[in-house]
Write a protein that binds this ligand. Structure first.
Ligand code: ADP
Ligand code: ADP
Length: 226
């Protein structure tokens, strides 16, 4: 259980680019928030700051009650799903899903149980011993989802996770991620440039443009007052 709160958050890159300008945004506990906007508007930078993969230049970031500005990624209660899946090619599906848990010192028995539970949730029970190259795009994306799920984080972060999939699969995975959200009762922040994805998946949508947060509303409100 966690709320994510950005207070006057700024990101200035070393070359002087202000990618994110004083963003104030609260993602409520168990909310599905979509962050949308054109290429280069600062979506990925925002997500990476929440993940701890980029430093914050100014402002405060909270995950739950905890100010996490200086907390490293592995100590934040988050898991991230990437566009390119970021799977390890030499490892099986099971090993890919287990890897983060192994690093964190989970017992063999606990890892097995969590991996098998996650595999059931994403429908990969029969593919656990395969390597990524023997999987379809949709199956690879499910492994990436499974790898996030085994961690049981309070917050899931998605960086355009469906943009490498064909149209049909994209629609199917949208439904699957929405189902996951209900099933896991987690807080989710989902970055996309796809308006349809935003409108169909978000409890609320945050619209970013040129590093500035323009609007935060439900899909219905946005549809009537764009
Ligand atoms: P989006 O995810 O919406 O496409 P990004 O967050 O990737 O946008 O980028 C926001 C802005 O910051 C863009 O102008 C981009 O060129 C710039 N930017 C991104 N990463 C860096 C970096 N490492 N150094 C300098 N500028 C960057
Ligand atoms: P995972 O969290 O996927 O099980 P790790 O424990 O190695 O794998 O990840 C440590 C941190 O690094 C996590 O916060 C994760 O979000 C981040 N991370 C994992 N893969 C990548 C990647 N390909 N690029 C950038 N960051 C990554």
């Amino acid at each position: 259980m966690a709320e994510v709160k950005l207070i006057d958050v700024v990101k200035r890159y070393a070359d002087g680019t202000e990618a994110v300008s004083r963003v104030n945004l609260t993602i409520r506990n168990e909310e599905f928030m979509v962050l949308v906007g054109p290429s280069g508007c600062g979506k990925s930078t925002t997500l990476r700051m929440v993940a701890g993969l980029e430093d914050i230049s100014a402002g405060d970031l909270y995950i739950g009650e905890r100010r996490v500005n200086d907390v490293p990624p592995k100590d934040r209660d988050i898991a991230m799903v990437f566009q390119n899946y970021a799977l390890y090619p030499h490892m099986t599906v099971r090993e890919n899903m287990a890897f983060g848990l192994k690093l964190r010192g989970f017992s063999k028995q606990d890892i097995r149980q969590r991996v098998e539970e996650a595999a059931r949730i994403v429908g990969l029970e029969t593919l656990l011993e395969r390597r990524p190259k023997a999987l379809s795009g949709g199956q690879r994306q499910r492994v990436a989802l499974g790898r996030a799920i085994v961690r049981r984080p309070a917050v899931f972060l998605f960086d355009e996770p469906l943009s490498n999939l064909d149209a049909e699969l994209r629609v199917r995975m949208r439904t699957e991620i929405a189902r996951l959200h209900r099933q896991l009762s987690a807080t989710m922040l989902y970055v996309t440039h796809d308006q349809t994805e935003a409108m169909t998946m978000g409890d609320r949508i945050a619209v970013l443009s040129g590093g500035v947060l323009q609007q935060v509303d439900t899909p219905l409100q946005l549809y009537h007052h764009p």
